[in-house]
Each structure stands twice: as structure tokens, then as C-alpha cells.
Design a protein around this ligand. Structure first.
Ligand code: ADP
Ligand code: MG
Length: 696
């Protein structure tokens, strides 16, 4: 980019030291570049003149051309107003001023033609405009195009720095640079039919037409995302080429025997595809770092098991780590049953494994006798040493920090392959940005025969009918979850709600067994209560969100979520995933009070309309913004994009990603002469930023 954009903003015509200080403080604008990339947040249309008789409905600000016919002052003292009737031959409209009465009355001449600009509002079934912008109409005054409106702060307004001022400064700025150097290679401009940078910057500030504005926006969004991706991929590439990994190039007896004799059901196409991706990745000779996304119930466990068998076939051990003891125990039960016939030795290690058992596990691990170790955080401890660990599978990733993953890397001389499984879908655009080159596999298909969970919203005054429904389901022999939110700030009160709920449920369903779980319980007690439900020794579980992760009780058919308005979308979806695991029709009942904000109402509506975790995730990102999504905080990426929006511009993210990765494939360090401009622009954009992509 031209050197001139680095100039201090105080040198721009119309700025000077005082304004420069204000711009720096209020808008973080320090240089010409900062100013040029301070884009309008919306536009007003001055490209056409409306007729008064056509004014209808809720219109934005519009332009009218005509004459003032009458003026009248109304009210007294501070409440004095000026009313005028404005006519264009097609009709009249009232114009009102609440201040500057005297000045307006003196400056506006009856009979002279003016162009006025403002928003018509309906009052007492008549349209009026208050405080319009006014210009004298000149014979050859062309209708202007769109005008950008810039965000201002209170302080700026007080110092009379208006949107119009900024507009003027942008004009001065653009006039002072004859030609803004192009930053994208010609092939990319041509392939994606992008507007040139110079033209785009002019049109983003002073669009000639809606069409040109849209092309300018596309170009600048692409630009922003392209350089972001280029930066991410450049570091990811150099990281990948450095870290060697085990080469699993064999498929042997473990895998084949399992596939031929013990596969519990035919794989779904998505499972097949994902296993292929994992196998290919582990065969490359570099360390795999893969995220496996699949909605709750999509069959990730089976993928994990088959990946582990590939490790075994190549002479290595594998380990599966789960975030809770319950989940680890369940995995252990499922996996050891699946692998019984193929002669794989599996063990379980958790915080409550007895010393004597632990000793056996330790020695079998180091001798290599043990093939797969399943467990909790207990596996991370330094005393747990493997003979030859080749693959680590981490279930429900978001409970695991980067530091913990790093611990597993150290369990072998060469870091083992890592497969992280998560049931919290992340929109693809976000995954590409946050995880850089962490490869992503997606199971986007549920096993056949699943009945989608029916989700309904019920208000507190429907409670009796909800209880009746629960009663019917209990009679059918099903189990019920009832979940309460816990909000940190007022734990005591929350706990009382939960306990009250528990008492009411016991009274309402006296002939059924109710268990009770919350996060503040001692782990042993919590486990005991959970096991009651898992083994169908309890029919109803009243709980806080501790059940969110992983428990598998196919007989549970109803999930009641109390105060559903207090949960986020991701959490609601996770909770709902606890039901719908068996053959029966399942239900999720969202209980809430009736006073809901617009966003909350939308959130709950999304839940009742779709079971698809990816749609839920997209909606979640639209509501909360990418910066607040699960897992993005630690990423260190700034989501303060100037113009692109990860939630809305998914397609552009993909295009930018493709374009960037093609370039990085051919020239990882951007040293080729044709990529010199790109390298310089990257330096210019990211020089201050730390190399965060190494973290993921
Ligand atoms: P999650 O992805 O949530 O971890 P699980 O691996 O626990 O899902 O699988 C959910 C359920 O679906 C389990 O009961 C499992 O046995 C079953 N399942 C997995 N794969 C298939 C398949 N290909 N066909 C039928 N059922 C399957
Ligand atoms: Mg699972």
C-alpha cells in the first residue's frame, strides 16, 4: 500500500492537531490508513427525488423538491416550534423545527425552490418531517448518490465533528492520493471479478450507486478475510512442516477383524468418510491435529474406536480421555464390549481407580501389554507412562485447555496424533478462522432410524399440563430429566430453586423414584445419583447442567429445561442431546416465563424449529457474535473485523480461504517475486500482532 497512508492524521487537510487528538481518542484513528478504513455503518439514498403524494408506510430518509408555502410559530418560550407547509405540486407535507426557530424563519424564503432531506413520520394520520437537511435547488443540480453515515461519539458531536465532517475528510484524503496501489494479484481480481482497491475505497465512502457500493463492500470484505487467512495459513503451514509425526501406513488385523466380525451396525456414510480422512492424515508422517465435529448422537465413539485400531495395527497404543468420570466409565463399557472379540486389551483409569488396580495398569502400560487406556484427567498425570503412545482422542473438547493437550504431547518422544471430538458444532467459517490449520472432519449425518426430538416452548401457566404429560411418559416406563440453571452470582438462591423443584417433583410423582444431582455435591455422591438414573433405579433426575456432557440413557425420553430463557443456544442444544437416543419419540420441553426479550424469543424459537446442531450454531453466532462463541476466547484472534462478518459472510470466507491456501501451497513463505506485494501488505497489517496461530 502507498506509503502516504502511514502519515499521521494531523497532516490531513481539515484535521490539525486538535481534531487529530479527538479522532485518536474517540475512534482510534491515528493515520491516513485508519481514516481510510473507517467505513460508514449505513448509507442514505440521495440518488432520487420522491413525490410527496408517494410517501407511504415506514420510509427511510428521502429527498423532496419543492417550495415552502406558509410558516407559523406555535407554542411559547422553550416550547416554541416552527411549522411550515412544503409543497411539490403533488401534495403538501408539514415540516417542523423544535429549535433554531428564528434562524430558520429568517433564512428560508417562501417561493424559492429547495431540496429537503429527512425521514417522514406519521403523526395524527398526517406525515411530517422534523429538522430536514435543506439545500437550495440549483437548475443543474444532479441527484447525488448514496451518502455514508459514520458512527460518532458524544464527545465528537459536542465538538461539532459530524458525519458530514468525516465525509469531507474522506474526500480530502482520497483527493490527496492519486492512485491507491492495488494489494491483490491480478489473477485473483479477475477470477473473483473483484473491484480494484482504489475504486472500492472511493465507493465505500462515496458510492455512485447501490450496485457500486455492493461491489466495493464485496471487494473490501474479501480483502480483509483474505489477508486474515493468508496470515493464519502461513504460520500453520510452517508449524505443520516442522512437527513430524508417526506414520501409520498399515491397516491390519485389529481393524479388519473388528470390521468383519464385530461392527455393531453398518457405518453411516459420514462415519466412513471421516474414518478415511483420519486414516489418510495419520499416514502422512506428520502429526495429526484434527477436530472431529459431530452432533450429539452422530456416532463419534465408533469413529474413535476405529481410529484407535489403526494405531494398534501400526504397533502403537491409544488413549481416550473424557471430561467426567461417568463419561469415561460409559466409554469404557461400550469400547471394551465392542472390542472383546478382537483381543484388544482395554483399561479404565480415573481418579477413583484403586491403588492396586492403578499399579497393574501402570505396569501393563509401560510393558505395552495394554492397548487402549480410557479415562479422565487422571491420565494426564506424569506417573502415567506409555510404552508407545501413538494416538490421543479427547472427547468433548471444550472442557479441555490447551495446556492439558500439551501434556499429552509429552507422553512420547514424538508427539502422538491428536483427535479432538466435540459435540458443540462450530460454524465452518469460525472453525477455519479460529483453528487455523487444525483440520476439521465433520459427521453431518445421524445414524438411520433416529426420530428427531420434538421441542416445544411452554410458559409457567402450562405447568400442570406439562406434569400430566410427564406422568403419561412415566407410565410408559420412560425416564425424565428436569434441568435447572445455576447462575454463579446467586448460587444460594439458585440452589434453593433446585431443591424446591426437587420437592415439588417428589410430591407430584409420589410413586416414582427421583434422584437429585448438582455441581456442588461431592463427586462420589454425584456419581452415585447419576448411576441411579443410568441403571434405571431412578425414573426422574432433577439436576443442574452437570448432566450436560455425555451421559447416555437411551430410555430417557423427556428433557424439561426450567428457566430455558437463561440458557444459551449451545447449551440448550447440548442438553436436548441427552434425549432422542433410543427408539422412542422423545421430547424437549422448554419452560420459561412469558416476559421475553426479542433475542431470547428468537433463541427459543430456533430450538423449537430445528434439531440440526450446525444451524443452531450458525444462529448462535448471529446472535452473540463470533467473539463470544465457545472456544474463541482463548484463540487470541481479534474479531474486530472492519467490514466482514464471520456470521454473515460465510461464502466470502470460503472464497478467501481457497484463494489464500492456493497461494500458500505454492509459496509458503511468500518469497516469490509475484507475491512480494502480498508479503508487504501482510507485514503492514499484522506487524503488531503476535503469532497466535501457533497456539491452536
Ligand atoms: P456421540 O457422537 O454423541 O458421541 P455416540 O457415539 O454415543 O454419539 O453414538 C450414539 C448412539 O448411536 C450410540 O448408541 C451408538 O451405538 C449409535 N450408533 C453409532 N453409529 C451408528 C450407526 N452407524 N448406526 C446405528 N447406530 C449407531
Ligand atoms: Mg459422545
Amino acid at each position: 500500500m502507498n506509503d502516504i497512508v502511514r502519515l499521521d492524521i494531523k497532516y490531513l487537510k481539515g484535521v490539525g492537531p486538535k481534531r487529530a487528538e479527538l479522532l485518536a481518542k474517540e475512534l482510534n484513528i491515528h493515520s491516513y490508513y485508519d481514516m481510510l478504513y473507517y467505513f460508514p455503518f449505513r448509507y442514505i439514498d440521495k440518488s432520487q427525488i420522491h413525490r410527496i403524494c408517494d410517501i407511504s408506510g415506514d420510509m427511510p430518509s428521502i429527498q423532496l423538491k419543492g417550495r415552502f408555502i406558509t410558516f407559523s410559530e406555535q407554542g411559547e418560550g422553550a416550547r416554541k416550534r416552527l411549522h411550515a407547509l412544503f409543497s411539490d405540486g403533488s401534495g403538501n407535507i408539514e415540516i417542523v423545527w423544535f429549535n433554531s426557530v428564528k434562524r430558520m424563519k429568517e433564512s428560508l424564503l417562501p417561493g424559492k425552490e429547495y431540496i429537503i432531506f429527512g425521514k417522514p413520520t406519521l403523526y395524527n394520520s398526517r406525515y411530517s418531517i422534523s429538522h430536514p437537511e435543506i439545500e437550495e435547488s440549483k437548475p443543474n443540480l444532479e441527484p447525488k448518490g448514496l451518502r455514508g453515515i459514520y458512527t460518532l461519539t458524544e464527545k465528537m458531536r459536542n465538538k461539532s465533528l459530524t458525519s458530514k465532517t468525516i465525509q469531507q475528510l474522506q474526500e480530502n484524503l482520497l483527493a490527496s492520493i492519486k492512485q491507491i496501489d492495488e494489494t491483490l494479484p491480478k489473477e485473483i481480481l479477475e477470477r473473483y471479478k473483484l473491484m480494484g482497491l482504489h475504486e472500492a475505497l472511493i465507493n465505500i465512502h462515496m458510492p455512485r450507486s447501490i450496485h457500486d457500493l455492493q461491489r466495493a463492500q464485496l471487494r473490501l470484505k474479501f480483502d480483509e478475510l483474505f489477508f486474515l487467512q493468508l496470515n493464519i495459513l502461513r504460520f500453520a503451514k510452517s508449524r505443520n512442516s516442522k512437527i513430524l509425526g508417526f506414520k501409520f501406513d498399515k491397516i491390519g488385523n485389529y481393524f479388519n477383524n473388528f470390521y468383519n466380525t464385530s461392527l455393531p451396525f453398518p457405518l453411516t456414510n459420514a462415519q466412513k468418510r471421516v474414518i478415511k480422512e483420519i486414516r489418510k492424515d495419520m499416514g502422512k508422517g506428520r502429526q495429526m491435529n484434527r477436530l472431529l465435529q459431530g452432533d450429539v448422537g452422530s456416532g463419534k465413539t465408533l469413529v474413535a474406536v476405529m481410529s484407535a485400531l489403526i494405531a494398534l495395527d501400526n504397533g502403537y497404543q491409544a488413549s481416550i480421555i473424557a471430561p467426567t468420570e461417568i463419561l469415561a466409565t460409559q466409554h469404557y463399557a461400550t469400547v471394551s464390549e465392542m472390542l472383546e472379540k478382537v483381543g484388544v486389551k482395554v483399561a479404565l483409569l480415573t481418579g477413583s481407580t484403586k491403588k492396586s488396580e492403578r499399579d497393574v495398569i501402570h505396569s501393563q502400560l509401560t510393558s505395552g501389554e495394554l492397548n487402549i487406556l480410557i479415562g479422565t484427567h487422571a491420565i494426564l498425570e506424569d506417573t502415567v507412562q506409555f510404552h508407545n503412545l501413538g494416538l490421543v482422542i479427547i472427547d468433548e473438547q471444550h472442557r479441555f485447555g490447551v495446556a492439558q493437550r500439551a501434556k499429552m504431547w509429552q507422553k512420547n518422544t514424538t508427539p502422538p496424533h491428536i483427535l479432538v471430538m466435540t459435540a458443540t458444532p462450530i460454524p465452518r467459517t469460525l472453525a477455519m478462522t479460529v483453528y487455523g490449520d487444525l483440520d476439521v472432519s465433520v459427521i453431518d449425518e445421524l445414524p438411520p432410524g433416529r426420530k428427531p426430538v420434538t421441542t416445544v416452548l411452554r410458559f409457567d401457566n402450562h405447568r400442570q399440563s406439562v406434569y400430566r404429560f410427564i406422568g403419561e411418559q412415566l407410565k410408559l416406563g420412560r425416564q425424565i430429566y428436569i434441568v435447572y440453571p445455576l447462575i454463579q452470582e446467586n448460587e444460594k438462591l439458585d440452589l434453593r430453586n433446585l431443591e424446591e423443584g426437587y420437592e415439588i417433583i417428589k410430591e407430584t410423582f409420589p410413586s416414582y423414584r427421583v434422584c437429585f444431582v448438582h455441581g456442588k455435591m461431592r463427586p462420589a455422591e454425584k456419581d452415585y445419583q447419576m448411576q441411579l438414573f443410568v441403571n434405571h433405579k431412578a425414573d426422574i433426575m432433577v439436576a443442574t447442567t452437570v448432566i450436560e456432557v455425555g451421559v447416555n440413557v437411551p430410555n430417557a425420553s423427556v428433557m424439561v429445561i426450567e428457566n430455558a430463557e437463561r440458557f444459551g443456544l449451545a447449551q440448550l442444544h447440548q442438553l436436548r442431546g441427552r434425549v432422542g437416543r433410543g427408539a422412542d419419540q422423545s421430547y424437549c420441553i422448554l419452560m420459561s416465563n412469558q416476559k421475553l426479550s426479542k433475542d431470547t424469543r428468537h433463541r427459543l424459537k430456533v430450538m423449537t424449529e430445528t434439531n440440526d446442531g450446525f444451524i443452531v450454531a450458525e444462529e448462535d453466532m448471529k446472535l452473540r457474535g463470533p467473539g463470544d462463541m465457545e472456544g474463541t476466547q482463548q484463540s487470541g484472534i481479534s474479531f474486530n473485523l472492519k467490514i466482514a462478518n464471520l456470521a454473515k459472510d460465510g461464502q466470502i470466507v470460503q472464497l478467501a480461504r481457497d484463494a489464500a491456501s492456493e497461494i500458500i501451497e505454492n509459496d509458503p513463505m511468500l518469497t516469490l517475486p509475484q507475491n512480494k506485494t502480498l508479503a508487504e501488505q501482510l507485514m503492514f497489517l499484522f506487524q503488531k500482532q503476535a503469532n497466535w496461530s501457533l497456539i491452536s
